[in-house]
Design a protein around this ligand. Structure first.
Ligand SMILES: Nc1ncnc2c1ncn2[C@@H]1O[C@H](COP(=O)(O)OP(=O)(O)OP(=O)(O)O)[C@@H](O)[C@H]1O
Ligand SMILES: [Mg+2]
Length: 316
């Protein structure tokens, strides 16, 4: 296995006039967890689909586990596991049957299949449900089954497209735990896509923000957040938006003001917020801005995202 588990160079995917992925250079070091963030339509799923050899790139190059996704697709498939954004499970089949069929597809022997399936069913805590038809599963159970399927063939690189979408916090947390455990104990490399900042912050050593098929910014969650400044004051209200922006910008301790991603919401990046609230309230009020809410926080990965893409993470 090379140092880079995933290595793309100027990767492009074009659908007619739509450039879904626009010259992407993605490097994911072996045994790391990398989170690809991006608004809807940013090109995350398209990127994954090229890396797992499901669709061919229009141009550029991609290596997974050192193998070229076009010329060595069979080798790539042997070293990866995948869970899809839209789960496709035959509802009439039992969980165990789905895993078994998948193992057969990959030519695993009967004994090895049985052993691996037992192990994974335990890992994702589906012992009770595994011999029931999938149509009786909850969303969280289906995701866990899908994760077990992705892991069945002992991959070195695991691709997870929105692994916890639609799950409740408890199920989400348990999936995170499995992912981290696999990464730490077995050195599995993971590329995941998500809209969930907490997920990215909790799991990933490196985060890349994708927009319009291009990498906008990349780094550890901590460095990306630190680059934004000390504190962020979230100001919500209504009034003369341009006026309030101009007058707050005059304040020496305000580094910059950015729209908060929805009408009437502003984010003020300031050097030290705690002493500044009173000044801000005074300025806003005297400028005819009616404040509905004001709060102080450390910047989050969500603020990083908004700063670089101008959009909130999930479209309303
Ligand atoms: N098969 C296809 N044919 C035409 N256009 C496509 C196809 N697949 C994706 N696209 C377009 O490519 C762009 C990227 O889509 P993609 O599914 O990769 O985004 P995404 O980042 O995964 O979004 P989401 O967060 O909604 O899952 C979008 O503009 C989408 O409409
Ligand atoms: Mg997607």
């Amino acid at each position: 296995m090379p140092d880079l588990a995933i290595d793309t160079q100027q990767l492009v995917k074009q659908y007619g006039d739509t450039i879904a992925v626009a010259g992407l250079d993605l490097k994911v070091a072996q045994t790391t967890i990398y989170a690809l963030l991006g608004p809807n339509g940013a090109g995350k799923t398209t990127t994954i689909n090229m890396l797992i050899t499901l669709i061919p790139p229009t141009s550029g190059r991609a290596l997974v586990g050192g193998y070229d996704v076009v010329t060595q697709a069979a080798h790539v498939r042997q070293c990866i596991g995948v869970t899809f954004q839209d789960i496709v499970l035959d509802p009439g089949l039992k969980g165990r049957e789905i895993l078994d069929i998948h193992g057969r597809l990959y030519r695993m022997g009967a004994a090895q299949r049985r052993q691996q399936i037992d192990l994974l069913v335990q890992l994702v805590q589906l012992e009770e449900a595994i011999d029931r038809p999938v149509k009786t599963y909850s969303g969280g159970m289906k995701r866990r089954l899908e994760l077990a399927r992705g892991l069945l063939t002992g991959p070195q690189v695991l691709f997870l497209d929105e692994p916890t979408q639609g799950l409740d916090p408890q199920n989400r947390a348990s999936i995170w735990q499995y992912i981290r455990q696999l990464n730490q104990e077995q050195g599995l490399t993971v590329l995941l896509t998500t809209h969930d900042m907490e997920e990215a912050e909790t799991l990933a050593q490196t985060v890349g923000i994708l927009d319009h098929g291009q990498m906008v910014v990349e780094g550890t969650p901590a460095t990306l957040v630190a680059a934004l400044g000390a504190d962020v004051i979230r100001l919500r209200g209504n009034g003369h938006d341009e006026g309030i922006q101009l007058s707050l910008q005059q304040l020496a301790f305000v580094e910059r003001i950015e729209p908060g991603g929805e009408a009437g919401l502003w984010h003020l990046f300031v050097d030290d917020s705690s002493r500044r609230l009173a000044d801000i309230i005074t300025i806003a009020t005297t400028n005819g801005f009616h404040i509905e809410a004001i709060s102080v926080a450390q910047p989050s990965l969500g603020d990083v995202f908004l700063h670089h893409t101008g959009r909130a993470l999930r479209d309303p």
